[in-house]
Design a protein around this ligand. Structure first.
Ligand SMILES: Cc1cc2nc3c(=O)[nH]c(=O)nc-3n(C[C@H](O)[C@H](O)[C@H](O)COP(=O)(O)OP(=O)(O)OC[C@H]3O[C@@H](n4cnc5c(N)ncnc54)[C@H](O)[C@@H]3O)c2cc1C
Length: 381
């Protein structure tokens, strides 16, 4: 797998070893998008994990941890995405409940899958229960890799906006760490090692108005260790703007062949956006998950953990009304080519990225409304 100029990995065929069997093209979902979109689920639930600490660490209602803990208790293995030591996002597995913490929280970067599919197969063949979590395309890829069904495999994907380039993440993080640490003048030289945590979806103040947050620890010139944080509203952070406007997504995300129930996952999870309109009494702005049961295979598992969550059964149309990412791929912004050209030329692509959000994103509308209110106030006074 080789990283292209945009920072995404693609397979390169070694022509010396290739026997021209064509299998890679047969299993490629982008070249064989045969399945139809599906909106017939067995059931849809709104779910809140009763463990407040876990829910606050999770991106929505903490449903991933509920399912994963049960799998671990049964002696199973859970695969998910976590940060590596150098803050890249990678797929990994855990066999312990403590190990699940690293998977909690959405990381808005395409995760490096490495040899995870081979490891999943090996655990399945040993008879272990395996829960594999990932993007719809990762679940679809695992299924195509395995080429047969396993009773002991639980696949959980999520409603997916798309995955950003690991290269853009790397550049952003280096810049953010340097810029931010340098403003702390009492500290010794800046470095990525002092970074303690990154949260793309900090709910410290609100789930709906979530924040991007980084926590650092540093040794001052006097030898004391101090902790400090950078935090900003998602709409004010350049990386989040570039992600949400669709600017830095993998090209295949603009025509995703795996979403809308096409990944073949057993369960799909996501954020219950719009909960305040549908069931306001259930909304405490700390995060509610959506859980879509795509088949009945793991119904008993959900029943077993019933005492550990609050839930409501929902009508099916909720999903298409408030979470368009379930059905539709992100739109490719017209400015995408220009953005990557600036990147290759070494120009200031971040400033350009900010503007695309202003043009495409919600902020535009909000700022228009604000401006209108200010204008109205002036007129009245
Ligand atoms: C790139 C991305 C885009 C998303 N887009 C949407 C969307 O448009 N609408 C929506 O409703 N929900 C979206 N989600 C899912 C949502 O953010 C929550 O993950 C989901 O609601 C589950 O919440 P939780 O509280 O149970 O999960 P958490 O405890 O936060 O669960 C995290 C789960 O996500 C997995 N994960 C985290 N980062 C990655 C990654 N980079 N690649 C693969 N797996 C990862 C972990 O392995 C774990 O299984 C997206 C998630 C990601 C990572």
């Amino acid at each position: 797998m080789y990283e292209d100029d945009e920072g995404f990995l693609y397979p390169v065929v070694d022509k010396e070893k290739c026997i021209d069997c064509g299998l890679c093209e047969i299993v490629c979902p982008c070249q064989n998008d045969s399945k139809k979109k599906r909106t017939n689920f067995l059931d849809i639930y709104a779910i809140k994990n009763k463990n407040e600490k876990i829910r606050m660490q999770s991106s929505s209602g903490g449903v991933f941890t509920l399912l994963a803990e049960e799998v671990i208790k049964k002696g199973g293995v859970v695969f998910g995405a976590c940060f590596s030591d150098d803050w890249e996002v990678k797929h990994h597995y855990t066999e312990s409940i403590e190990g699940l913490a690293a998977f909690r929280g959405s990381k808005y970067v395409q995760s490096y899958i490495g040899t995870s599919y081979q490891k999943v197969e090996s655990f399945l063949k040993q008879g272990r229960i395996v829960m594999f979590t990932g993007t719809p395309c990762q679940v679809a890829a695992l299924k195509r890799y395995l080429r047969r069904e396993y009773d002991n495999l639980l696949t959980v994907d999520f409603i997916c906006h798309g995955v950003p380039s690991p290269k853009i993440w790397r550049i952003y993080l280096n810049k953010a760490v340097t810029d931010y640490c340098d403003t702390q003048s009492s500290l010794t030289s800046s470095c990525k090692k002092c970074l303690q945590s990154v949260e793309f979806r900090s709910k410290i103040k609100s789930w709906k108005n979530y924040r991007y947050r980084m926590v650092f620890s540093k040794i001052t010139k006097n030898g004391k260790e101090i902790m400090f944080a950078y935090s900003s509203l998602f709409s004010e952070n350049v990386y989040m703007r570039m992600f949400l406007s669709g600017l830095i997504l993998r090209p295949s995300c603009y025509e995703c062949p795996s979403k809308a129930g096409k990944s073949g996952s057993d369960i799909t999870i996501g954020d219950f956006w719009g909960v305040e309109n549908v069931v306001p009494q259930f909304d405490d702005d700390k995060g509610i998950s959506l859980l879509l049961m795509n088949n009945s295979r793991f119904m008993p598992l959900l029943s077993e953990v019933h005492s550990r969550f609050e839930s409501l059964k929902l009508p099916v149309d909720i999903i298409c009304k408030y979470n368009k990412s379930f059905l539709f791929s992100a739109k490719e912004p017209l400015e995408r080519n220009r953005f990557f050209l600036l990147l290759y030329k070494g120009d200031d692509f971040f400033s350009f990225g900010q503007l695309v959000w202003k043009k495409n994103g919600k902020v535009n509308l909000i700022s228009k409304v604000n401006r209108f209110c200010i204008w109205l106030k002036k007129l009245v006074s």
